[in-house]
Design a protein around this ligand. Structure first.
Ligand code: NAG
Ligand code: NAG
Ligand code: NAG
Length: 475
C-alpha cells in the first residue's frame, strides 16, 4: 500500500524535476528501489493474506533453497516425468496443429511416438499445415517435446514401475495408467520461449480465468489483452472489490493461477530465443519482453500485482512442502530408482530441503487458510479439487506440446500442494509403524510434480533478481 503511494508520489516529483532538481534528487535517492524499475515498484514489503514480506522470501530462496533444489531436480527420480500428452482437448477443437508438426517430421522411431500423435497427425498434417503462418511453424519446431530416452534409461524405468506397482497405492491419476502415457526427460525439454502465443494461447488462459476461478461472468477481469487500452480503471476496481469479498481460499485460488501465469511468463522472458541462425541458437534474457508483461505502466498496474501473486504461490507451495515432511520421513519411503546408494543420498537431500522449508519463519496464519469449519472446508476442498481437475483438462487443449508438458506438470504440482494442505489431519495421523496402511500417500508422479513445480517457482523468483539488475543497468 505505502509503496503504491510512493510510486505515484515519485511520478509527480519527476514532473516537477526541473524546478526543484536538487531537492528532488535527494528524495529520489531515498526511493530509488522504486525508480529503478516500474516493474517492481509495488513488489516489496508485506504480502496480502499472510504475514510475510518479499525481501525475506528473496533472501531465503536465492541464498538457501535454490541451488539445493536444482541439484535434487537433476536426479533421475525427478527428471523423468510420466505424462500423457496425447489426450484430446475435451472443450473445443484445437485448430492449430503446430505442436504436432515437429513430431511428424522428426525421425522418432515408431515406438517413441505415441499412437495418438501418429494417427492424428496423419489426418490433419498436410492440408492444414501448409496454411499455417511462419510463426506457427516456429512454434511447432520450438514447442516439440523431445521424447528420446536411452535404452538403459528405458530399462530402468520399467524397473521403477514394477517397484511402484508393488507399493500399495490407492489414488491413481488416470493419466498415469493410460498406455498413451510416456516418460519424458525434463532436462532435455527446458521450459523456455516456444513462439506459442497469440489467440490460441490466450484462449487457454482466458478459459482458466473465466470459467474456472469461481468468477461470475458479469465481473470482468482487468486488462484483457484486446481491450487493453480502452479498459477503464473502474473495471479493475470492480474486479478487485469482488475479489476482496471472496473467502480467503477462493481468493487464494485466483492468486495462485495468476502466480502460475506470471511464473511461466518469467521463464519465457528469461529464456527467450535471442538468436536463431543456422549455426547457433542463443537463449537468454529479453528485458523488453519482461517489461511488456510486468511494467506497471505498460500493464495498467497489473504487472506488479502478478508478481506479488507469484510470491504468494511460492509461499503456498513452500508451506505444502513443510507440511508434507512427515510423509517423506517414514522409513519405508524411498526415492526408488533401483540404485540404493543414490536413492539414500537423494532422500537425505530431499529431507534437508523440507526441513529448510519448515524452518522458514514467516508462514501463513494457521487459522486463516484451509481451516474453516469442517463442513464448509469439505465443500471448499471439493470445489477446488474439481476446478483443478478441470484446469488440468484444459491443459490438454494447449497446442504446443512443450507448453502442454510444463502446464500439466505445474498444475499437477500445485494440485498436489493443495491436496497436502487440505489433508493436514491425515498427515498428522500417519502411523509410526510400517505395518499399518498409511492414511495419506503420494504417488511418484505427485511427488515429482510437486518438487518440479516448486522448482519452477523458485527459479522464477531467482530470475526476478536477474531482471532487477538488468533493468537497473539499462538506466
Ligand atoms: C532391472 O531389474 C533387473 C532385475 O531386478 C536387474 O537385473 C537390472 O539390472 C535392472 N536394470 C536396471 C537398468 O536397473
Ligand atoms: C471446465 O472448463 C470448461 C472450459 O473452460 C468450462 O466450459 C466448464 O464449465 C468447466 N467445468 C467446471 C465443472 O468447472
Ligand atoms: C525481445 O522481445 C521483443 C518482444 O517483446 C521482441 O520484439 C524483440 O525482438 C526481442 N529481442 C530479441 C533480442 O530477440
Amino acid at each position: 500500500m505505502t509503496q503504491g503511494v510512493w510510486c505515484s508520489f515519485q511520478t509527480d516529483l519527476v514532473m516537477m524535476k526541473k524546478k526543484l532538481l536538487p531537492l528532488v534528487l535527494l528524495l529520489l535517492l531515498s526511493v530509488s528501489g522504486c525508480a529503478d524499475s516500474r516493474c517492481f515498484c509495488q513488489v516489496t514489503g508485506d504480502l496480502d493474506d499472510c504475514t510475510c514480506d518479499v525481501e525475506t522470501i528473496d533472501g531465503f530462496n536465492n541464498d538457501q533453497l535454490f541451488s539445493k533444489l536444482q541439484t535434487l531436480l537433476e536426479s533421475d527420480y525427478f527428471r523423468f516425468y510420466k505424462v500423457n500428452l496425447n489426450k484430446a482437448c475435451p472443450f473445443w477443437t484445437v485448430r492449430s496443429h503446430c505442436g504436432l508438426k515437429d513430431c511428424a517430421v522428426q525421425p522418432c522411431s515408431p515406438n517413441e511416438v505415441p499412437e495418438g500423435i501418429r494417427s492424428s497427425s496423419h489426418n490433419k498434417y498436410s492440408a492444414e499445415l501448409n496454411e499455417q503462418p511462419v510463426d506457427c511453424e516456429q512454434a511447432g519446431h520450438l514447442g516439440a517435446v523431445d521424447v528420446s530416452l536411452s535404452d538403459e534409461t528405458r530399462e530402468a524405468l520399467l524397473n521403477w514401475s514394477r517397484h511402484d506397482d508393488e507399493a500399495e497405492r490407492f489414488c491413481v491419476v488416470d493419466d498415469e495408467e493410460s498406455p498413451d502415457s510416456q516418460y519424458v526427460d525434463l532436462l532435455l525439454n527446458p521450459e523456455r520461449f516456444t513462439a506459442y502465443r497469440g489467440p490460441e494461447a490466450w484462449q487457454i488462459w482466458n478459459s482458466i480465468y473465466e470459467e474456472n476461478c469461481f468468477k461470475p461472468y458479469t465481473i470482468k477481469r482487468p486488462l484483457i489483452p484486446n481491450l487493453f487500452h480502452s479498459s477503464s480503471g473502474s473495471e479493475a476496481k470492480t474486479f478487485y472489490s469482488w475479489l476482496e469479498g471472496q473467502c480467503v481460499e477462493k481468493r487464494a485460488f485466483y492468486r495462485l493461477i495468476s502466480g502460475l501465469h506470471a511464473s511461466i511468463n518469467i521463464h519465457l522472458s528469461a529464456r527467450y530465443l535471442l538468436d536463431d541462425s543456422w549455426f547457433q541458437k542463443k537463449w537468454g534474457h529479453n528485458v523488453s519482453e519482461f517489461r511488456q508483461r510486468f511494467d506497471s505502466e505498460l500493464t495498467a498496474g497489473e504487472g506488479p500485482k502478478r508478481l506479488r501473486n507469484l510470491y504468494f504461490l511460492f509461499l503456498i507451495e513452500l508451506r505444502a512442502l513443510a507440511k508434507a515432511l512427515p510423509v517423506f520421513q517414514q522409513p519405508s519411503f524411498r526415492l526408488y530408482t533401483g540404485r540404493p546408494e543414490e536413492d539414500r543420498r537423494h532422500k537425505e537431500l530431499l529431507l534437508h530441503i523440507l526441513q529448510l522449508a519448515r524452518s522458514f519463519p514467516l508462514h501463513f496464519d494457521e487459522t486463516s487458510l484451509f481451516a474453516g469449519d469442517e463442513k464448509e472446508a469439505a465443500k471448499l476442498k471439493e470445489d477446488i479439487r474439481l476446478a483443478f481437475l478441470n484446469i488440468s483438462r484444459i491443459m490438454d487443449c494447449v497446442g504446443c506440446f512443450k507448453c502442454r508438458l510444463w502446464g500439466k506438470l505445474q498444475t499437477q504440482g500445485l494440485g498436489t500442494a493443495l491436496k497436502i494442505l487440505f489433508s493436514e489431519r491425515q498427515i498428522e495421523a500417519l502411523p509410526t509403524s510400517s505395518s499399518k496402511r498409511p492414511s495419506f500417500q503420494l504417488s511418484r508422479q505427485e511427488i515429482s510434480s510437486l518438487l518440479n513445480a516448486f522448482g519452477r517457482i523458485s527459479t522464477s523468483i531467482r530470475e526476478l533478481k536477474n531482471f532487477r539488475s538488468l533493468l537497473a543497468e539499462e538506466r
